[in-house]
Design a protein around this ligand. Structure first.
Ligand code: BMA
Length: 339
């Protein structure tokens, strides 16, 4: 059964939990379904000396506040994962040292980027793009964000954007991914795989493909990839994702959404026929890689239906945007092209 069987409106009142939910109301005069936090970036490119980028990162509620796994780059520009903590989801303290795994010797050539985090049955799982012989989906688990156990890689190279579902479906773990290549992949569709144990992955099913001329969908014509952990709703799994267009100045990464069948999540019910957010703000169009909005996490305040989406901007800094869950679902249903 859906956790969000009834999507509360604003009148539903204060959040059940005492931890503050990161939120700003839609600004006056704005009629977008998704709007930006007014003080983005919430984490600037250098949260502490020696760091030159922190982006495409994941957060979850934890204790009285929030915890996150951040893609952090020091002067080597070699990406590693760092834990961060926040009382309110907006102000963050990032550990200066990267995550170390109890059962795994970190080699200097093991990179790690674009993490996602999810709690399933009391254990937190981290999936990220990792490797040393080509990128694939690496995974770890933790109970407390102090000790981390490295799990086996889910797939052979090359693969990216590994995103777990937040519960088992018909007794199996489900993992979205985007098979890719060793470089700046110029193609890519979203697939879903199943596992009985978080180690052995199979039953690979195609979920949805990139857009193109035939479907009039250029904003997502080059490749697509799942973003935050899918959100369970009565209308299906809400999967926020990125879509990419190739231009003469390089790739442009935008954000879209789809609703997937709750029991058979390879079946797409609805899918936005336009982007929800595209690089326009200064911090999105300018940075290490201009023109990137890259969502990796979302928080839902169940009593109010408020949604805070965390995204990396321009491969440089960390940002938040907001939506109302019921509005986003209605928008996805009413502006849909499934192909
Ligand atoms: C992808 C990943 C992301 C990055 C994006 C844009 O291939 O490497 O981490 O945000 O490219 O550079």
């Amino acid at each position: 059964m859906s956790k969000l069987s009834a999507l509360g409106g604003e009148a539903a009142g204060a959040a059940v939990e005492s931890r503050p939910f990161p939120w700003q109301d839609r600004p006056a005069g704005c009629d977008e379904v998704v709007w930006r936090h007014s003080e983005n970036p919430i984490i600037p490119r250098s949260p502490f000396p020696g760091v030159q980028g922190i982006y495409n990162s994941a957060v979850v509620p934890f204790g009285e506040g929030y915890i996150g796994v951040f893609r952090t780059e020091k002067r080597t520009r070699f990406p590693l994962l760092h834990v961060g903590r926040s009382p309110n989801g907006l102000e963050w303290e990032i550990d200066p040292e990267p995550i170390e795994f109890a059962n795994f010797e970190s080699a200097p050539n093991h990179y790690a980027y674009d993490p996602r985090v999810v709690e399933i049955e009391g254990t937190y799982y981290i999936s990220w793009c990792g490797g040393h012989n080509g990128p694939t989906i690496s995974m770890a688990s933790t109970q407390d964000f102090q000790t981390f156990e490295r799990l086996e890689n889910a797939f052979l190279p090359f693969n990216r954007n590994g995103v777990l579902f937040p519960r088992k479906i018909n007794g199996k773990y489900f993992l979205l991914s985007r098979p890719s290549d060793n470089g700046h992949t110029p193609f890519g569709d979203i697939y879903v795989s199943q596992s009985p144990d978080m180690t052995h992955w199979g039953v690979h099913r195609w979920v949805m493909g990139r857009g193109g001329d035939e479907v009039g969908q250029w904003w997502q014509r080059t490749k697509i990839g799942a973003g935050p952990i899918p959100i369970e709703t009565p209308d299906g799994w809400l999967m926020i994702y990125h879509g990419v267009i190739d231009t003469c100045n390089g790739f442009v990464y935008s954000m879209g959404a789809a609703l997937l069948d709750l029991d058979e999540p390879w079946r797409v019910l609805h899918r936005t026929d336009q982007h929800l957010l595209t690089p326009e703000a200064e911090y999105e169009v300018s940075g290490h890689v201009p023109n990137v909005v890259f969502p990796c996490a979302a928080l839902v305040d169940e009593p109010t239906g408020r949604l805070a989406i965390y995204y990396g901007a321009a491969d440089t800094c960390s940002c938040v945007c907001y939506a109302k869950l019921d509005e986003l679902i209605e928008f996805t249903k009413n502006h849909s092209a499934v192909f």
